[in-house]
Design a protein around this ligand. Structure first.
Ligand code: 0A1
Ligand code: ZN
Length: 884
């Protein structure tokens, strides 16, 4: 917003700070119109630096007073512009005092100190602290903070910041004061403050060394009943981090606060995590099974940051994946240990393949450790988080669990209290294990999704099976040429009677591997072959088991091969994956038939295979549900983008036809499983029940394609349900497949029943934004006029605008381009009000090259935005890069 053409900053230009800030004292005076921030910073020249001037970050601040070593400065002794405060003639150590006035009430960007409903809260990652006071707002400047907060006692009885509460007192004018001190040095992005009229639930946790920690979750009084699940999740996470990583919590108190207005999911501020209410509150009536799992994993994620992020933090924002990739890997393993590992891998692989691969193949592609950025907020991406986690997972696979743990121990020990780099992380893994990871590091610097083209060759006489592997990686912006990566390829060989024992040429014969039917091949060259000996029959290879690397695999499987893998492979993930590939082929054929004007005929082999799954009563319901679900429209679009562009209508029509054909052929089986799986016990968000509910609802959604009688099942379910999972599933089916009047009355009734629960209303909004019946865009426009909607709340914007643009492909990509204009219009409004949100919403438009039919209209909308005056750096970066 400052600059017409904001400038990129580059990793290669990193310089350490000239001054450090060993100590920071902040005094907040919170008022209804403004807040005053008195800051006292002890500045110390960094050893090795000879600088005498210093530029502190500061934005949207009104400087009221400034003093150095107790002497007030006068004009000319310092310089202020709209992004900084510059001091000159500085000694080696100085004390800087400033008083600034800020306006949290007007802060719609939700960065820095702002108001969410009646409370004050902060969001400082990545560069929000500079909107609170002048500071070196960069993660390699770590400071010990003490924070005094003054506020009206009645409006803001609860005053929180990081660390321990060390004092409290009453003040004149019905105000009060609380002092917080955090003994751990931290970067400013981990600072937090909350002031409000909050209720809390409290529990305790005894750490492995026997210390008792007080755990508190602060919410609005009305939400007190929805904190149990988060509290249990926190305790599980604390125990898991002790058991699996040897990491103990380090303060006597751990606070979580829930806020309604939040740009992201949650934030790991030291000992004062701030959560979006949607990621912390949970109850059977207001939260789906998926929601319960999400709360558990996000609570764990933020907690795990206490070590991977806070105790050891990032040197600069290019290293963001140091904390995020590692922490996502940690939370994914936690979830896998708590629930079903295969399912977690399926979810994560789907996310990566659908959304991260699209990012990596699009105009915003960047390495896990980006080389440059204009606005760091745009780099909280699937690449940094999810691909970053996949990279850490590959290190885990290559080293094995024991050596990985030794590596993480060394990393935490070596770097405790420091701000470090991704290379430091890999160094610790390498140094402790002795495994050379030099080539592996390319995963951090090279963007793009690698592809493995694999072929198999069986020699019946020699009883050998060779796998020939070629790796390549498409060019990405700024990186035309790619080097071979180290890719752990987990695999097995499937024979007629099950998985074969594996003997790799070069491996000691009769190898004592515990699981002799599973191997991890290390692919590290452009072309390579692996020879298996003593192979009694021509096998079908089971490849990329457990999604062992974030790559695409191409292998010329026959449909029969895929069926064999789907029904009989020993690896759950590989079974699911083979089923998905069979479905992708079948759906592709339907699209071709449709394009050629032929009658649509679904592959009977697929129908038979799904029938087999439905009849297999031994198969875990959750796994059956995952295997029965067709690949989503976005997944299919992503695959098609690789092969010439996505036909949105064709994909949708093919999927709908397949659903109907499967239901038509397997109606009895689907109805039987639906009846068998219905959960009659009292609702609990536990794996076994979740599995049955998911399977029942998948069956119901197939059945609903058959007509009125089956849609009536959904109506009955909606009436009878005691939980949101079953209610929303039924409502979605009624709304999508019922008659118009049935749809409207069911939606209205649901709203009447739940209008008092914001989080339920948000899910109701989202469901409607994704309906494909009627004029979706008109429906979305109407939703934006609904009293439950406001553009100022990110959850609502995501539920309506975000869900429409990324979860309703036929609506968004309608032929007249109106969907694009609609999204562009919202981005234009939010550009100034909430630049982070605006830039995130834009992402679906950046994929314009993948959509031949809408390509011109999408690009034109981006061009229109590009020409707007006063673009925020956030939006400018996304628009300009996607048009380049
Ligand atoms: N570090 C948080 C995510 C987060 C990032 C940026 C935010 O504001 C711009 C807020 C939260 C996490 O990984 O959970
Ligand atoms: Zn994180």
């Amino acid at each position: 917003m400052r600059d017409a053409q904001p400038k990129a900053i580059y990793l290669k230009n990193y310089q350490p700070p000239e001054y450090l800030i060993p100590e920071t004292r902040l005094h907040f005076e919170l008022h209804e119109e403004f807040a005053l921030v008195h800051a006292t910073l002890r500045l110390a020249r960094r050893p090795g630096s000879s600088a005498t001037s210093l530029r502190l970050h500061g934005e949207d601040l009104e400087l009221l007073a400034i003093a150095l070593n107790g002497r007030a400065l006068v004009d000319g002794e310092y310089a202020v512009d709209d992004a900084s405060l510059t001091l000159t003639g500085l000694a080696e150590t100085v004390e800087l005092q400033t008083t600034t006035r800020i306006r949290p009430q007007d802060n719609t960007a939700l960065e820095g100190l702002y108001k969410s409903r009646a409370m004050f809260c902060t969001q400082c990652e990545a560069e929000g602290f500079r909107k609170i006071t002048y500071f070196l707002d960069r993660p390699d400047v770590m400071s010990v903070f003490s924070v005094t907060i003054d506020a009206d006692l009645e409006r803001y009885p609860v005053l929180l910041s990081n660390g321990n509460r060390t004092a409290q007192s009453g003040l004149a004018d019905a105000r009060h004061r609380v002092v917080w001190e955090d003994p751990f040095p931290k970067p400013a992005y981990l600072f937090a403050l909350v002031a409000g009229d909050l209720a809390r639930v409290e529990d305790t946790f005894t750490t492995m060394s026997g210390r008792s920690v007080v755990l508190r979750i602060y919410v609005e009084e009305k939400d007190l009943g929805k904190c149990d699940h988060a509290m249990q999740s926190l305790k599980h996470a604390m125990r898991w981090d002790e058991e699996v990583y040897g990491r103990e919590y380090d303060l006597d108190i751990f606070n979580i606060v829930a806020v309604d207005d939040f740009n992201m999911g949650a934030m790991e501020n030291k000992s004062l995590n701030i959560f979006n209410t949607s990621c912390i509150l949970a109850s059977p009536e207001t939260t789906t099974d998926v929601g319960f799992e999400r709360v558990e994993s996000i609570v764990a994620h933020e907690y795990f940051h206490n070590w991977s992020g806070n105790r050891v933090t990032c040197r600069d924002w290019f290293q963001l994946s140091l904390k995020e990739g590692f922490t996502v890997f940690r939370d994914a393993e936690f979830s896998a240990d708590r629930g079903a590992r295969d399912l977690k891998r399926i979810e994560d692989a789907t996310l990566l393949r659908t959304a991260q691969f699209a990012e990596d193949g699009g105009p915003m592609a960047h390495p896990v450790r980006p080389d440059s950025f204009i606005e760091i907020s745009n780099f909280y991406t699937l690449t940094v988080y999810e691909k970053g986690a996949a990279v850490v997972r590959m290190i885990h696979t290559l080293l094995g669990p024991e050596r990985f743990r030794a590596g993480s121990d060394l990393y935490f020990e070596r770097h405790d209290g420091q701000a470090v780099t991704c290379d430091d992380f890999v160094d610790a893994m390498q140094d402790s294990s002795g495994v050379d990871l030099s080539q592996f590091r390319r995963w951090y610097s090279q963007a793009g999704t690698p592809e493995l083209a694999i072929s198999g060759e069986y020699d019946a006489d020699a009883r050998t099976f060779a796998l020939h592997v070629t790796q390549s990686c498409p060019a990405t912006p700024g990186q035309p040429d790619k080097l071979p990566l180290v890719i752990p390829l987990a695999m097995g060989l499937l024979g007629d009677a099950g998985n074969l024992r594996l003997q790799l040429q070069g491996e000691p014969a009769g190898s004592e591997l515990a699981d002799n039917t599973h191997r991890v091949l290390e692919v590290n060259a452009a072309e390579q072959s692996f020879l298996f000996t003593d192979v009694p029959e021509k096998p079908v290879p089971s490849l990329l088991r457990g999604f062992s690397a974030p790559v695409r695999v191409r292998y010329d499987f026959s449909r029969e091969d895929l069926c064999a893998l789907m029904m009989r492979d020993g690896d759950g993930f590989a079974r699911w994956d083979a089923g998905q590939q069979l479905m992708v082929q079948a759906l592709g054929n339907l699209q071709t038939q449709r394009r050629d004007g032929e009658a649509l005929a679904l592959d009977p082999l697929l129908v038979d295979a799904l029938g087999g799954l439905l009849r297999d009563e031994q198969l875990e319901p959750a796994v059956a549900a995952a295997m029965l679900a067709l690949p989503g429209e976005n997944t299919l679009a992503e695959l098609a983008s690789h092969a010439g562009g996505a036909d949105v209508e064709g994909i949708h029509a093919a999927r709908e036809h397949a659903r109907g054909a499967i239901a038509g052929a397997l109606g009895d089986e689907l109805a039987g499983v639906y009846r068998r799986c219905r959960v009659s016990e009292e609702y609990a968000p536990v794996g076994e029940q979740i599995g049955r509910r998911t399977l029942a609802n998948v069956c119901l959604s197939y059945l609903a394609t058959l007509g009125e009688a089956q849609v009536a099942l959904a109506a009955t379910q909606l009436e009878a349900a005691d939980n949101l999972t079953d209610r929303l599933a039924a409502l979605q089916i009624l709304a999508q497949y019922g008659e118009a009047s049935q749809r409207e009355s069911a939606l209205q009734r649901f709203y009447d029943d739940w209008s008092h629960e914001t989080l339920v209303v948000n899910q109701w909004l989202q469901l409607q934004a994704m309906l494909t019946v009627g004029d979706s865009l008109e429906r979305v426009r109407a939703l934006m006029e609904h009293p439950a909607f406001t553009l100022d709340n990110p959850n609502k914007v995501r539920a309506v605008v975000g869900a429409f643009a990324s979860g309703n492909p036929t609506g968004f990509h309608r032929a007249d381009g109106a969907g694009y204009g609609f999204l562009g219009g919202i981005v234009e409004i939010l550009n100034r009000r909430n630049p982070q949100m605006a830039a995130r919403l834009l992402v679906p438009l950046t994929k314009w090259r993948n959509y031949p039919a809408g390509r011109d209209a999408m690009r034109e909308e981006l061009q229109r935005l590009a020409a707007l005056p006063d673009l925020s750096p956030d939006v400018y970066e996304v628009v300009s890069k996607s048009l380049a």
